[in-house]
Design a protein around this ligand. Structure first.
Ligand code: BT5
Length: 255
């Protein structure tokens, strides 16, 4: 049960691999269909932000999922994908990455990968497309984007895209299966938490719609929402938003 049967479809150029996967899902494509493009002409992040996707510079990937899970834990699909990306990069490239809630994979505190999960209504029921963009080469993002990084930094050669893709698909298969086991949601939250410096005790700023909160992270809820202890000791549950790490005052003054 919940065994993915990955099937990789390759394209030279797409507007967005998420759009192509959603189109195929709507037409009834099976769970496990993966869409990979050499370039995206309109790659996107959350809230219609751009995802820079020049030709042959990054891995631009989307997978169709048809989860057999309570809808309340579907937000864990993003976290499951983050755990899979973390493990795939460790296996394929021997790099140890950090996970920033909810959808960024960081290398040396800079963004190496973004994840975008979107639901799609289909004749076979509601599906999810999980899109993953991984920067292989420096040319994958504009040089002025100083929050970004790639796998060829510090003089390292960019890894072979096929090696990263194979490791990613394997890791997704096994973590997706794990998510569907009886204690899967708790396991995924635990696996995510041990790979993320943002899970517990991190001073952060959270921008959520028009509200800005500052506080210390206090773990995740069962559905993957972030628990934040604000300065007045109140616990806020964050279900969407952008998280930025802040340095503690004591740490700043010692620099
Ligand atoms: C994300 O959104 O991080 C989700 C990115 C998902 C991209 C994949 S690629 C395959 C699939 N097809 C798609 O069309 N999308 C998915 P968000 O957290 O909103 O971050 C977006 C922000 O990241 C932008 O506003 C930029 O600041 C920054 N950014 C853009 N391109 C980047 C890149 N290549 N590397 C690092 N940061 C980038």
């Amino acid at each position: 049960m919940a065994k993915l049967n990955p099937q990789i479809l390759r394209f030279d150029s797409l507007s967005s691999t998420n759009d192509e996967a959603a189109r195929q899902a709507a037409e009834g494509a099976a769970e496990g269909v993966c869409v990979v493009a050499a370039e995206q002409t309109a790659g996107r992040g959350r809230l219609q932000r751009d995802w820079a996707s020049p030709k042959d510079a990054g891995l631009y990937f989307s997978i169709i999922l048809r989860p057999q899970l309570e809808q309340s834990v579907w937000p864990l699909l993003t976290l499951t994908a983050a755990v899979a990306v973390h493990d795939a990069l460790l296996n394929a490239c021997a790099v140890e990455t950090d996970i920033k809630w909810p959808n960024d994979i960081l290398l040396n505190e800079k963004k190496l990968c973004g994840i975008l999960a979107e639901t799609v209504e289909t004749s076979l029921g509601r599906a999810v497309v999980v899109g993953i963009g991984i920067n292989l080469k420096k040319s994958s993002f504009p040089s002025e984007l100083d929050v970004a990084t790639s796998l060829d930094t510090a003089g390292e050669q960019a890894p072979d895209i096929e090696v990263v893709l194979a490791a990613l698909v394997r890791a997704l298969e096994s973590r997706y299966e794990q998510l569907h086991q009886s204690n899967g949601p708790d396991e995924i939250v635990r696996e995510w938490s041990v790979r993320s410096s943002f899970a517990e005790g991190k001073l952060v700023r959270v921008n959520e719609n028009d509200e800005t909160l500052i506080g210390t992270t206090r773990g995740l809820e069962r559905d993957g929402a972030l628990r934040l202890e604000t300065e007045n000791g109140e616990i806020r549950i964050i279900r969407a938003g952008d998280v930025t790490a802040l340095r503690a005052a004591a740490e700043q003054s010692s620099r």
